[in-house]
Ligand binder design. Sequence first.
Ligand code: C5P
Length: 245
Amino acid sequence: MSEPLWLVVPAAGRGRRMGADRPKQYLDLAGRPLMVHTLARLHAAFPGARLVLCLDVADADFDPAWVPFAHWRRVAGGAERVDSVANALAAIVDTASDDELVLVHDVARPCVTVDDLRRLHERLADDPVGGLLAAPVADTMKRDDGTGRVAATESRDGLWHALTPQGFRYGLLRRALAAARTRGVVVTDEASAVEALGLAPCLVAGRRDNLKITHPEDLALAERILAAQRAEAPSAGNPTAKETP
Ligand code: C5P
Protein backbone atom coordinates (compact mmCIF):
# COMPACT_ATOMS: atom_id res chain seq x y z
CA MET A 1 0.00 0.00 0.00
CA SER A 2 1.57 3.26 -1.11
CA GLU A 3 0.12 5.59 1.51
CA PRO A 4 -1.42 5.08 4.94
CA LEU A 5 -5.03 3.96 4.80
CA TRP A 6 -7.44 4.38 7.70
CA LEU A 7 -10.48 2.22 8.25
CA VAL A 8 -13.23 3.48 10.55
CA VAL A 9 -15.79 0.85 11.50
CA PRO A 10 -18.80 2.19 13.40
CA ALA A 11 -19.96 -0.70 15.57
CA ALA A 12 -21.59 1.10 18.47
CA GLY A 13 -25.19 0.60 17.40
CA ARG A 14 -27.69 -1.40 19.41
CA GLY A 15 -29.47 -2.78 16.35
CA ARG A 16 -32.87 -2.64 18.03
CA ARG A 17 -34.69 -3.45 14.78
CA MET A 18 -33.20 -6.96 15.03
CA GLY A 19 -35.12 -7.55 18.25
CA ALA A 20 -32.24 -9.73 19.53
CA ASP A 21 -30.69 -10.08 22.99
CA ARG A 22 -27.37 -8.66 21.74
CA PRO A 23 -26.33 -5.91 19.31
CA LYS A 24 -26.43 -7.31 15.76
CA GLN A 25 -22.65 -7.21 15.30
CA TYR A 26 -22.42 -10.05 17.83
CA LEU A 27 -25.12 -12.29 16.40
CA ASP A 28 -24.06 -15.60 14.90
CA LEU A 29 -23.51 -15.58 11.16
CA ALA A 30 -22.30 -18.85 9.65
CA GLY A 31 -20.79 -19.93 12.97
CA ARG A 32 -19.01 -16.69 13.87
CA PRO A 33 -20.00 -13.29 15.24
CA LEU A 34 -21.08 -11.01 12.41
CA MET A 35 -18.29 -8.55 13.25
CA VAL A 36 -15.64 -11.21 12.59
CA HIS A 37 -16.78 -11.57 8.97
CA THR A 38 -16.75 -7.81 8.36
CA LEU A 39 -13.28 -7.34 9.84
CA ALA A 40 -11.96 -10.37 7.91
CA ARG A 41 -13.16 -8.91 4.58
CA LEU A 42 -11.57 -5.54 5.35
CA HIS A 43 -8.33 -7.19 6.41
CA ALA A 44 -8.19 -9.41 3.32
CA ALA A 45 -8.46 -6.29 1.13
CA PHE A 46 -6.22 -3.97 3.19
CA PRO A 47 -3.96 -5.97 5.52
CA GLY A 48 -1.71 -2.97 6.27
CA ALA A 49 -4.51 -0.49 7.06
CA ARG A 50 -5.03 1.08 10.47
CA LEU A 51 -8.38 0.34 12.03
CA VAL A 52 -10.44 2.52 14.35
CA LEU A 53 -13.32 0.53 15.81
CA CYS A 54 -16.20 2.44 17.43
CA LEU A 55 -17.79 0.49 20.27
CA ASP A 56 -20.38 1.35 22.86
CA VAL A 57 -18.68 2.16 26.17
CA ALA A 58 -20.93 -0.39 27.90
CA ASP A 59 -20.18 -3.09 25.32
CA ALA A 60 -19.65 -6.39 27.14
CA ASP A 61 -19.59 -8.71 24.12
CA PHE A 62 -16.53 -7.52 22.22
CA ASP A 63 -13.44 -9.75 22.11
CA PRO A 64 -10.18 -8.11 20.90
CA ALA A 65 -9.06 -11.52 19.56
CA TRP A 66 -11.50 -10.96 16.68
CA VAL A 67 -9.46 -8.07 15.28
CA PRO A 68 -7.02 -9.27 12.60
CA PHE A 69 -5.25 -5.90 12.17
CA ALA A 70 -1.81 -5.19 13.63
CA HIS A 71 -2.60 -1.48 14.05
CA TRP A 72 -5.96 -0.79 15.59
CA ARG A 73 -7.65 1.05 18.41
CA ARG A 74 -11.00 1.13 20.08
CA VAL A 75 -12.92 4.39 20.53
CA ALA A 76 -16.17 5.16 22.29
CA GLY A 77 -19.26 5.31 20.13
CA GLY A 78 -21.55 8.32 20.17
CA ALA A 79 -25.30 8.85 20.33
CA GLU A 80 -25.74 8.47 16.55
CA ARG A 81 -23.64 6.80 13.88
CA VAL A 82 -22.25 10.17 12.79
CA ASP A 83 -21.12 10.85 16.37
CA SER A 84 -19.31 7.50 16.48
CA VAL A 85 -17.48 8.33 13.25
CA ALA A 86 -16.64 11.83 14.52
CA ASN A 87 -15.19 10.30 17.72
CA ALA A 88 -13.02 7.98 15.60
CA LEU A 89 -11.67 10.89 13.58
CA ALA A 90 -11.00 12.96 16.71
CA ALA A 91 -9.10 10.06 18.26
CA ILE A 92 -6.52 9.97 15.46
CA VAL A 93 -5.99 13.71 15.09
CA ASP A 94 -2.34 13.44 16.21
CA THR A 95 -1.57 10.56 13.84
CA ALA A 96 -3.60 11.10 10.69
CA SER A 97 -2.68 13.68 8.05
CA ASP A 98 -5.32 15.71 6.28
CA ASP A 99 -4.56 14.08 2.92
CA GLU A 100 -4.78 10.47 4.12
CA LEU A 101 -7.73 8.43 2.94
CA VAL A 102 -10.30 7.20 5.46
CA LEU A 103 -12.74 4.45 4.48
CA VAL A 104 -15.79 4.23 6.75
CA HIS A 105 -17.55 0.87 6.69
CA ASP A 106 -20.57 -0.25 8.72
CA VAL A 107 -19.87 -3.31 10.81
CA ALA A 108 -23.36 -4.45 9.77
CA ARG A 109 -22.20 -5.07 6.16
CA PRO A 110 -20.31 -8.38 6.35
CA CYS A 111 -20.91 -9.33 2.69
CA VAL A 112 -18.82 -6.58 1.11
CA THR A 113 -16.41 -8.26 -1.29
CA VAL A 114 -12.67 -7.83 -1.41
CA ASP A 115 -12.99 -6.92 -5.10
CA ASP A 116 -15.40 -4.07 -4.35
CA LEU A 117 -13.21 -2.83 -1.49
CA ARG A 118 -10.10 -2.74 -3.66
CA ARG A 119 -11.95 -1.18 -6.60
CA LEU A 120 -13.31 1.61 -4.43
CA HIS A 121 -9.86 2.24 -2.98
CA GLU A 122 -8.28 2.42 -6.45
CA ARG A 123 -11.03 4.69 -7.75
CA LEU A 124 -10.59 7.10 -4.84
CA ALA A 125 -6.79 7.22 -5.02
CA ASP A 126 -6.76 10.33 -7.25
CA ASP A 127 -10.27 11.65 -6.72
CA PRO A 128 -10.35 15.24 -5.46
CA VAL A 129 -13.55 14.72 -3.42
CA GLY A 130 -13.92 11.04 -2.47
CA GLY A 131 -16.87 8.74 -2.91
CA LEU A 132 -18.82 5.68 -1.97
CA LEU A 133 -19.91 2.26 -3.09
CA ALA A 134 -23.45 2.51 -4.39
CA ALA A 135 -25.99 0.47 -6.35
CA PRO A 136 -28.57 1.80 -8.82
CA VAL A 137 -32.17 1.52 -7.61
CA ALA A 138 -33.95 -1.30 -9.43
CA ASP A 139 -37.47 -1.21 -7.96
CA THR A 140 -40.23 1.26 -8.74
CA MET A 141 -40.23 3.77 -5.89
CA LYS A 142 -43.41 4.76 -4.00
CA ARG A 143 -43.87 7.60 -1.53
CA ASP A 144 -46.49 6.97 1.16
CA ASP A 145 -49.08 9.46 2.29
CA GLY A 146 -48.53 8.75 5.99
CA THR A 147 -51.54 6.42 6.24
CA GLY A 148 -50.06 3.41 4.46
CA ARG A 149 -51.34 4.41 1.04
CA VAL A 150 -49.45 5.59 -2.02
CA ALA A 151 -49.20 9.33 -2.40
CA ALA A 152 -46.95 9.26 -5.45
CA THR A 153 -44.65 7.19 -7.62
CA GLU A 154 -41.17 8.66 -7.65
CA SER A 155 -38.90 8.43 -10.63
CA ARG A 156 -36.03 6.05 -9.99
CA ASP A 157 -33.94 7.60 -12.77
CA GLY A 158 -30.56 8.46 -11.39
CA LEU A 159 -31.34 7.09 -7.92
CA TRP A 160 -28.74 4.98 -6.12
CA HIS A 161 -28.61 3.09 -2.84
CA ALA A 162 -25.75 4.48 -0.74
CA LEU A 163 -23.65 1.58 0.54
CA THR A 164 -20.41 1.51 2.49
CA PRO A 165 -17.46 1.88 2.51
CA GLN A 166 -17.48 5.59 1.92
CA GLY A 167 -14.05 7.14 1.54
CA PHE A 168 -12.79 10.68 1.95
CA ARG A 169 -9.54 12.41 2.89
CA TYR A 170 -9.18 12.82 6.65
CA GLY A 171 -9.15 16.64 6.64
CA LEU A 172 -12.18 16.98 4.39
CA LEU A 173 -14.21 14.42 6.29
CA ARG A 174 -13.49 16.01 9.66
CA ARG A 175 -14.39 19.42 8.32
CA ALA A 176 -17.60 18.10 6.73
CA LEU A 177 -18.81 16.36 9.90
CA ALA A 178 -17.98 19.40 12.04
CA ALA A 179 -19.83 21.72 9.63
CA ALA A 180 -22.87 19.43 9.57
CA ARG A 181 -22.98 19.45 13.36
CA THR A 182 -22.66 23.25 13.56
CA ARG A 183 -25.38 23.81 10.95
CA GLY A 184 -27.68 21.13 12.35
CA VAL A 185 -27.63 19.16 9.07
CA VAL A 186 -28.83 15.60 9.65
CA VAL A 187 -26.35 13.18 8.09
CA THR A 188 -26.85 9.44 7.91
CA ASP A 189 -23.68 8.82 5.93
CA GLU A 190 -20.34 10.53 5.35
CA ALA A 191 -21.21 11.49 1.77
CA SER A 192 -24.18 13.61 2.81
CA ALA A 193 -21.94 15.67 5.10
CA VAL A 194 -19.51 16.23 2.21
CA GLU A 195 -22.42 17.07 -0.13
CA ALA A 196 -23.58 19.72 2.37
CA LEU A 197 -20.25 21.48 1.71
CA GLY A 198 -21.26 21.77 -1.95
CA LEU A 199 -19.03 18.93 -3.16
CA ALA A 200 -20.04 15.95 -5.31
CA PRO A 201 -18.73 12.56 -4.11
CA CYS A 202 -18.29 9.94 -6.82
CA LEU A 203 -20.61 6.95 -7.04
CA VAL A 204 -18.66 3.72 -7.48
CA ALA A 205 -20.98 0.94 -8.64
CA GLY A 206 -20.80 -1.91 -6.13
CA ARG A 207 -22.40 -5.31 -5.79
CA ARG A 208 -26.02 -5.45 -4.79
CA ASP A 209 -25.31 -8.18 -2.26
CA ASN A 210 -23.46 -5.74 0.04
CA LEU A 211 -26.40 -6.12 2.40
CA LYS A 212 -26.76 -4.14 5.63
CA ILE A 213 -28.03 -6.49 8.32
CA THR A 214 -31.02 -4.68 9.78
CA HIS A 215 -33.97 -7.07 10.22
CA PRO A 216 -33.99 -10.64 11.61
CA GLU A 217 -34.47 -12.25 8.19
CA ASP A 218 -31.31 -10.55 6.90
CA LEU A 219 -29.07 -12.98 8.79
CA ALA A 220 -30.23 -16.03 6.83
CA LEU A 221 -29.94 -14.06 3.61
CA ALA A 222 -26.40 -12.94 4.49
CA GLU A 223 -25.44 -16.54 5.23
CA ARG A 224 -26.56 -17.56 1.76
CA ILE A 225 -24.74 -14.61 0.19
CA LEU A 226 -21.50 -15.52 1.98
CA ALA A 227 -21.81 -19.14 0.82
CA ALA A 228 -22.44 -18.05 -2.78
CA GLN A 229 -19.49 -15.64 -2.68
CA ARG A 230 -17.19 -18.36 -1.36
CA ALA A 231 -18.26 -20.54 -4.27
CA GLU A 232 -17.20 -17.67 -6.59
CA ALA A 233 -13.81 -17.35 -4.89
CA PRO A 234 -10.87 -17.31 -5.40
CA SER A 235 -11.48 -14.73 -8.14
CA ALA A 236 -13.35 -12.48 -5.72
CA GLY A 237 -10.46 -12.74 -3.24
CA ASN A 238 -12.81 -13.24 -0.31
CA PRO A 239 -11.54 -15.10 2.73
CA THR A 240 -13.01 -18.53 3.18
CA ALA A 241 -14.66 -19.64 6.41
CA LYS A 242 -11.42 -21.33 7.44
CA GLU A 243 -9.37 -18.19 6.91
CA THR A 244 -11.45 -16.07 9.29
CA PRO A 245 -10.20 -16.11 12.89
O1 C5P B 1 -28.46 1.05 12.92
P1 C5P B 1 -27.76 1.09 11.59
O2 C5P B 1 -27.65 -0.26 10.94
O3 C5P B 1 -28.25 2.13 10.66
O4 C5P B 1 -26.25 1.50 11.94
C1 C5P B 1 -25.27 1.58 10.93
C2 C5P B 1 -23.89 1.36 11.55
O5 C5P B 1 -23.58 2.41 12.47
C3 C5P B 1 -23.78 0.06 12.32
O6 C5P B 1 -22.54 -0.53 11.98
C4 C5P B 1 -23.85 0.50 13.77
O7 C5P B 1 -23.16 -0.34 14.68
C5 C5P B 1 -23.19 1.87 13.72
N1 C5P B 1 -23.63 2.80 14.77
C6 C5P B 1 -22.67 3.37 15.60
N2 C5P B 1 -23.06 4.25 16.60
C7 C5P B 1 -24.35 4.55 16.78
C8 C5P B 1 -25.36 3.98 15.93
C9 C5P B 1 -24.96 3.12 14.93
O8 C5P B 1 -21.48 3.10 15.47
N3 C5P B 1 -24.69 5.38 17.76
